[in-house]
Ligand binder design. Structure first.
Ligand code: SF4
Ligand code: SF4
Length: 235
């Protein structure tokens, strides 16, 4: 019972996504950074074609990177950051009325399971999504945000279009994970249409394979107007 008494004395240990910014690889796998080509210039190492040497700099394309770590384990490693502010907004926040609370419909368009598992982590006591006023809803008619994980499979195209059509304005779409951004490792499959943006408009992009829960939280906070954008996409 000692742990219980200690918990009562100290309060609930839910993680603050700002003041205790994580540096542990367990919370964020990290991602490559633009690196002088003299330090790392072997773009052929990348299995997904995410590296390009441009004007003397090796530049990662986050929409293609699957965080396989090959470039960081190379003899001359690429620079690597242990961050989580990965979301990029293409259209802006929802507006002042949505600063305190939003409802999110999560749609699995064909993911491998890992992106969805990271989204589920948000409701665990560690991330405690609800304390931010963010709630998951099963019905698109109550949803402000459609969060899509996975590449869009041909079987899910119509369901996704109809889910989006059923949402009230203003509505926003978050493409979550490399597959949702470009089709990722499934892009060439005959069963896959590709990126979410080929079917419905995308407002926020969250790269990562899968993106860690804090990167997904960053995307939600961007839409609520509570967070600024992260490091600009080097593309
Ligand atoms: S981590 Fe892997 S996929 Fe990402 S840029 Fe490096 S080699 Fe490419
Ligand atoms: S981005 Fe990676 S983790 Fe997410 S669905 Fe695609 S393969 Fe799976």
């Amino acid at each position: 019972m000692a742990w219980f008494a200690r918990g009562l004395r100290q309060g609930v240990d839910a993680m603050d996504d700002d003041s205790r910014a994580p540096v542990s690889p367990g919370l964020s796998p990290g991602r490559p950074l633009p690196t002088p080509a003299g330090q790392m210039d072997d773009a052929s190492l990348c299995p997904t074609g995410a590296l390009e040497v441009r004007a003397g700099v090796t530049v990662p394309d986050y929409a293609r990177c699957v965080q396989c770590l090959r470039c960081v384990r190379a003899g001359a490693p690429i620079r690597w950051e242990q961050s989580y502010r990965w979301a990029v907004s293409r259209t802006g926040a929802l507006g002042p009325a949505f600063r305190r609370s939003i409802h999110v419909r999560v749609l699995d368009a064909g993911d491998c399971g890992a992106c969805l598992a990271e989204v589920r982590q948000l409701t665990s006591p560690v991330y405690s999504l609800h304390r931010f006023g963010i709630f998951v809803t099963p019905t698109p008619r109550n949803a402000d945000v459609l969060m899509v994980v996975g590449p869009v499979t041909r079987a899910m195209r119509t369901a996704m279009r109809e889910t989006y059509a059923a949402m009230p304005e203003p509505r926003r779409v978050i493409a979550t994970g490399t597959c949702a951004l470009t089709g990722g490792v499934f892009a060439k499959s005959v069963a896959v249409e590709g990126a979410v943006s080929r079917v419905i408009p995308v407002d926020v992009e969250i790269p990562g394979c899968p993106p860690p829960p804090l990167a997904i939280l960053h995307g939600l906070h961007l839409l609520m107007g509570r967070e600024g954008p992260g490091r600009p996409d080097p593309r």
